[in-house]
Design a protein around this ligand. Sequence first.
Ligand SMILES: [Zn+2]
Length: 251
Amino acid sequence: MRLSTPAFVLRRIRWSDSSLILTLYSLDFGRISVMVRGALRPKSNFTGRIELFSQGEFQLIRREGRELDTATDVSVIFHRNKLRTEFRSFAAAGLFTEWLLSVISFGNEPSGPVYRLLEETFTLLEAGASPWPIVCGSVVKILSISGFGFSTEACVACGADTTGVTLWSHAGGGVVCGECGESGFTVSAGLLTFLAKAENSSLESLARVKLWPGGYIQCHSLLKEYAQVHLERRLLLKSEKVMKEILHAGH
Ligand SMILES: [Zn+2]
């Protein structure tokens, strides 16, 4: 069966001397893996068109019962060169990609909102937006889209108003009131304000939100611990270390 879909290149794995296996997030089929035969040959049609984070219209062949599609051609929609050449943008795009691949499994339903979130995240990072608020904001949004959202406004246990309360429960799924707070731990009010804003505001407006020094690292750690409880596994986010170094270096 021949298929066509716009998609992002999220991972490239060398399969042989000349072939690659790509992990794509596609608009029409969600997360898929595709074989690109001959991609590394000098005169390949794919040269310069399937770089990491680039966005293209892929022509695919799918065989019944096979999990791996074959790419036969691609036309570039956006190269996104700056995402690969600016190391801050590269690290941030890499970290969000690792999150996305942790939350979205192979075989999940295709999702327009996930595709558009990737597009918006990469576009803002490529334009030089501040990496940490974009990554934290995008992570909040992908958790919410994928059914792992949390409550920042009312107690997750009893529904009571939690204005002024800063107790949080990973297992409970967000803020808890003083009455239900036995399982909760205290988080800073500023962090809760950011999380609430991240769910309800555009990424572009989040990019301008400044937290105290180290605030985004705290925010990211909270999101990671929360996700690990709900996904029931450890998340290995290799780009996290690079991102922390960028922040400490003051870039
Ligand atoms: Zn309560």
